[in-house]
Design a protein around this ligand. Structure first.
Ligand code: ZN
Length: 281
């Protein structure tokens, strides 16, 4: 099953890439808010599995918002692929990756224009993103997929000067400028993917591939992250987990490379879809 946020309304995306409005199709049983549906995710899935849907209508991806536009918590893992930890000059984490937040005001849909912070070094990080579908506290790794509503594509856009300045890194601020957290285009339920534990992800700048990886290479898999994060705090329905980025970011290159005026960044997870960000000075 695929859902999306179309102009602020929850829709089901059908096989022919058209959209069915959930509130209308369910006669109001489920509301239009793409964020609140995660509070009723199990019931929503049960309804969607058997619903007699009207024909969908075509839509433009530019009208899509984030499948989780207003989560209460965004948790993001750093250094979660070995080659990326190496290129960043950090030790590979053993018990827990560094965990930070991207503040919710930076969340956008999948197709956006992003202003580059003046004097900054703005970098790219394609990531697999999970949305939580059920209150999860102290969950075992073997049960963790049950708490995941679905997966989407995320970009953890990062301004490295802000992120790394001062006596201790400022991950939250450096990664939360306006537009720095695009997500989408769809939320795909794990059962709809060929192999939820091994997804190809990557991104390109102006058509040149800069990152390519597979989620089987995560140091802490998504179930491991759900288990270890929920060991500390409850994960709430609609919360977002950024799982980490593979190698190929600008900071790890020689010479280093940063996003520039006019650059078009296209990020994908195969089987889910792609994001497209155009950057402006
Ligand atoms: Zn990241």
């Amino acid at each position: 099953m695929r859902t999306a946020n179309l102009s602020g309304r929850l829709v089901l995306v059908t096989d022919d890439e058209s959209a069915v409005d959930v509130e209308q199709a369910s006669d109001g049983r489920f509301g239009p808010d793409p964020q609140s549906v995660y509070e009723h995710w199990k019931a929503f899935r049960e309804w969607a599995a058997v619903a007699d849907l009207p024909p969908g209508r075509p839509f433009a991806t530019a009208d899509l918002g984030s499948p989780a536009p207003a989560p209460r918590q965004v948790l993001a893992a750093g250094l979660n692929y070995r080659a990326h930890a190496d290129e960043s000059g950090f030790a590979v984490p053993d018990t827990l990756p560094p965990v930070f937040t991207k503040y919710v005001s930076s969340i956008t849909g999948p197709v956006t224009e992003v202003r580059l912070p003046e004097g900054g070094h703005t970098d790219w990080e394609v990531e697999l993103v999970a949305v939580i579908g059920e209150w999860a506290y102290q969950v075992g790794e073997g049960d963790a997929w049950r708490y995941v509503a679905g997966l989407t594509v995320g970009q953890d856009v990062s301004e490295r000067i802000t992120q790394l300045q001062g006596p201790a890194p400022q991950f939250g601020l450096g990664k939360s400028y306006p537009g720095f957290t695009p997500m989408g285009p769809y939320l795909v339920t794990p059962d709809a993917l060929d192999d939820r534990d091994d997804l190809e992800l990557g991104c390109s700048i102006n058509g040149e591939e800069v990152q390519k990886g597979r989620t089987r290479d995560l140091i802490f898999s998504l179930p491991a992250l759900v288990s270890r994060l929920s060991a500390v705090l409850p994960l709430l329905p609609g919360d977002v987990i950024f799982t980490g980025t593979p190698a190929g970011v600008g900071m790890g290159r020689t010479p280093q490379r940063w996003l520039a005026d006019g650059d078009v960044l296209v990020s994908h997870v195969r089987g889910i879809g792609e994001l497209r960000q155009t950057f402006h000075a």
